[in-house]
Design a protein around this ligand. Structure first.
Ligand SMILES: NC(=O)c1ccc[n+]([C@@H]2O[C@H](COP(=O)([O-])OP(=O)(O)OC[C@H]3O[C@@H](n4cnc5c(N)ncnc54)[C@H](OP(=O)(O)O)[C@@H]3O)[C@@H](O)[C@H]2O)c1
Length: 234
């Protein structure tokens, strides 16, 4: 997909990887549709970029997510949240919320844009999963399960949509310096103490790989060090 002149919709554009992807895509000539719940943040980013539309949206709310936005060439399903807790301590409602946001919402968003992409005969969808799905990290069962499900959702969608000119790709970032740890549904303090947190990537680095995926339509990209099962040489 050629980024220059394309319309790219990014969920979770109010901070971190989503905001960095918006800035990188704008620099590459895209027009942006920015989605998140914190309207002040996305409005400010839209003003900074000049050529962007800010839409307040809770992506877990089907009615809000299914509004149409005219043309959409690329969807970056980036909104997400983690939860850090031992299996026996997880509140079931929290577990469901994490599945809803990280697994069900990407499907809702895909269903919202697919009719447009099919009518256009082309499209790219990037699902932002996590490198944590490369290994069963203790205290991460809600988030890991949701993102592992997203990996399969993304792979099945890729197989299903390939003959319609729609490329579905999966991005697997490693630990990234964003608001993610502070925004965990539970367990932020324990997560901050993780040794891996000391080697965090910048959100700009992840954004660059997301742009690569948009351009190439490749199946997946990861920024996970080899010692954690990924492809990144130390
Ligand atoms: N940071 C990491 O170490 C890391 C590693 C691997 C993968 N990831 C993945 O990367 C993606 C981006 O995370 P990040 O690191 O950039 O974290 P972040 O800075 O906390 O950003 C998360 C984004 O998701 C949005 N969001 C959360 N709930 C939402 C909802 N119900 N509806 C709409 N938007 C919602 C937030 O916006 P509002 O609060 O304004 O709605 C925010 O813009 C996530 O999918 C995350 O799982 C992160």
């Amino acid at each position: 997909m050629n980024i220059q002149g394309s319309v790219i919709m990014i969920t979770g554009a109010s901070s971190g990887i989503g905001a960095a992807t918006a800035r990188a895509a704008f620099a590459a000539g895209a027009r942006l549709v920015l989605l998140a719940r914190r309207e002040d943040r996305i409005t400010e980013l839209a003003e900074e970029l000049g050529n962007a539309l800010a839409v307040r949206c809770d992506v877990t709310d089907r009615d809000q997510a299914e509004d149409t936005y005219g043309r959409v060439d690329v969807l970056v399903n980036n909104a997400g949240q983690g939860l850090e807790a031992a299996i026996e301590d997880i509140a079931i409602e929290d577990f469901r919320d994490i599945l809803d946001l990280n697994l069900v919402a990407p499907l809702i968003m895909m269903q919202a844009v697919l009719p447009l992409m099919r009518a256009q005969g082309a499209g790219a969808i990037i699902n932002v999963s996590s490198g944590v799905t490369f290994y069963p990290r203790p205290h991460s069962v809600a988030y890991n399960s949701a993102k592992a499900g997203l990996n399969m959702l993304s792979a099945v969608a890729r197989a299903e949509l390939a003959d319609q000119g729609i490329a579905v790709s999966t991005m697997l970032p490693f630990v990234t310096a964003t608001e993610f740890t502070d925004a965990l549904k539970a367990g932020s303090e324990a997560a901050r103490a993780e040794p891996a947190a000391a080697v965090a990537h910048t959100p700009e680095r992840v954004a660059d790989r997301i742009l690569d995926l948009i351009r190439s339509g490749d199946e997946r990209a990861d920024l996970v060090p080899q010692r954690f099962g990924g492809s990144l040489a130390a």
